[in-house]
Design a binder for this molecule. Structure first.
Ligand SMILES: *Cc1c(COP(=O)(O)O)cnc(C)c1O
Length: 469
């Protein structure tokens, strides 16, 4: 399998290269040249497999010759062996129609562990083979940072520098990053917002003072390998609910559009996905785009679901490319227009293509709190604010009656409620506990530097501390 850029002007890469690369040099995102497809019989034969084995089977066509099947299986065993539930991503039934797909049983309590635990191992494997080092730089509003740090802490040939906006991530989120002691982990608290931190990280990718000395790598969901790993749990859930004989719908709390794009990939691969519901909070650019074709950037509003407080969703470009005829030159022109004007219209082709499986729904703070209340009072489940937005959207789709009655509705539970205790307690009156595996988080020492939010200072810090290859 090789990978092409959504903007059509970058050389194709194999899986190993695409894993070690962030953005394509033409500014686009890498996608597989074509979608591998499983027949109905092949999907039926996956029923009942242990998660790690299912993962290796679903991912093998994307990996191609870059890993032997046995080696891929070993890496999956290691990555998913770190999850606290034997099913890795268990399904939990809420009522006769609604299900939760619990994606938060990894080390840092959010779904990002599912992909990053594997990605950390892929980095190590490929870097050792090439005898290279990788300097990962990232910015986080919370969940990505802790999941990425856990995934690469102590690994060979990798350093990680993670920027977080000082005072704007939760105590649990910060401690999950700053209490990691491995010498290859550097936490940097910067004055300023997440967007400012993110802009500095982007600048590092194009800074010759850094790129001349180090191979700079990305761990956010522009990395294809992350999306690939997320395709697996759509298969796992649908198989348990009767696929390929039965169709299944998913509601996905969405920010950067990585998780729901993985659902789109699963559908392209032959999984019978009836519907993917893109659930947004009041930062609703994706809802406006999918319902009215209007993709225009507004102000970011801070909500109780911070991982969805995003305006520009990087992975949306992958969907537009795939649904709009896979025309790289047209995509490049459309995105260049958008980057200048901060607004664009989806083409008719993109709207029709996306509309085949995707719909959208927006939830405000009251919708979110009501969904948390319903899950607790009716089903005895505490759910986190992100999951609540997904559940609101699923219940709205159910209520509107435009889904066939026998289609189960699976809401992706993207974070453990213990990660957002104050918001959960406000909505339900119950304070969720933290699982035992992170129990002494508040007793461990923290280690991080505070730097002014100036590019020169931060770039100098990275240049000084990174290990040259
Ligand atoms: C990252 C995150 C999301 C958004 O996922 P995307 O792939 O960026 O759309 C939703 N919920 C939680 C808890 C997250 O950490």
């Amino acid at each position: 399998m090789d990978y092409v850029s959504t903007r059509g002007a970058a050389p194709a890469l194999d899986f190993e290269q695409v894993t070690l690369t962030g953005l394509a040099p033409d500014g686009g995102l890498f996608v597989p040249r074509e979608w591998p497809r499983f027949s109905s019989d092949e999907i039926a034969a996956m029923a009942g497999l242990p998660y790690a084995e299912l993962a290796a089977r679903v991912m093998q066509p994307f990996v191609g010759d870059c890993l032997e099947p046995e080696r891929l299986r070993e890496l999956c065993d290691e990555a998913y062996g770190r999850f606290a539930h034997p099913a890795v991503t268990p399904l939990r039934q809420l009522d006769e129609r609604h299900w939760l797909l619990e994606l938060f049983h990894g080390p840092t309590l959010a779904f990002k562990d599912v992909a990053l635990q594997l990605l950390g191992r892929l980095f190590e494997e490929f870097l050792a083979r090439r005898d290279e080092r990788l300097t990962i730089v990232g910015a986080t509003s919370g969940d990505t940072g802790s999941a990425a740090i856990d995934a690469v802490a102590g690994r060979e040939n990798v350093d990680i520098f993670m920027l977080h906006p000082k005072g704007r991530v939760s105590d649990v989120q910060r401690r999950q990053m700053t209490t990691v002691k491995a010498p290859n982990v550097y936490n940097i608290a910067i004055g300023g917002s997440f967007d400012e931190a993110q802009a500095m990280v982007k600048r590092m990718f194009g800074d010759p003072a850094l790129t001349g000395r180090y191979r700079i790598g990305a761990v956010n969901s522009i990395n294809w390998a992350r999306l690939m790993a997320q395709v697996v749990y759509y298969f796992a859930a649908a198989l348990q609910l009767g696929a390929p004989q039965r169709r299944v719908a998913f509601s996905v709390p969405t920010g950067n559009f990585g998780d729901v794009f993985a659902g789109h990939v699963a559908a392209r691969m032959g999984l019978p996905v009836e519907r993917l519901i893109v659930a947004t909070n009041v930062n609703d650019i994706l809802h406006r785009a999918l319902s009215a074709g209007d993709y225009s950037v507004g102000e970011v509003t801070a909500t109780a679901a911070p991982s969805m407080d995003i305006q520009v969703s990087s992975n949306f470009e992958r969907l537009l490319f795939d649904c709009g005829g896979r025309d790289g030159a047209a995509m490049a022109a459309q995105m260049q227009g958008f980057e200048g004007a901060r607004t664009m219209r989806l083409t008719e082709g993109q709207r029709t293509g996306a509309g085949e499986t995707l719909t959208s729904c927006r939830a405000d703070a009251d919708d979110m709190a009501r969904a948390m209340g319903w899950a607790w009072e009716r089903c005895g489940e505490l759910i986190d604010p992100h999951t609540a937005i997904g559940l609101h959207a699923a219940r709205a789709a159910h209520g509107s009656g435009d889904l066939p009655r026998d289609v189960p509705l699976v809401t992706l539970a993207t974070a453990h409620p213990g990660k957002f205790r104050d918001a959960v307690e406000r909505a339900t009156g119950r304070r969720p506990s933290l699982p035992a595996r992170v129990g002494d988080l508040f007793d461990r020492d923290e280690r991080y530097v505070e730097l002014a939010g100036e590019y020169a200072t931060i770039a100098a810090y990275v240049a000084e501390h990174a290990t040259a290859g």
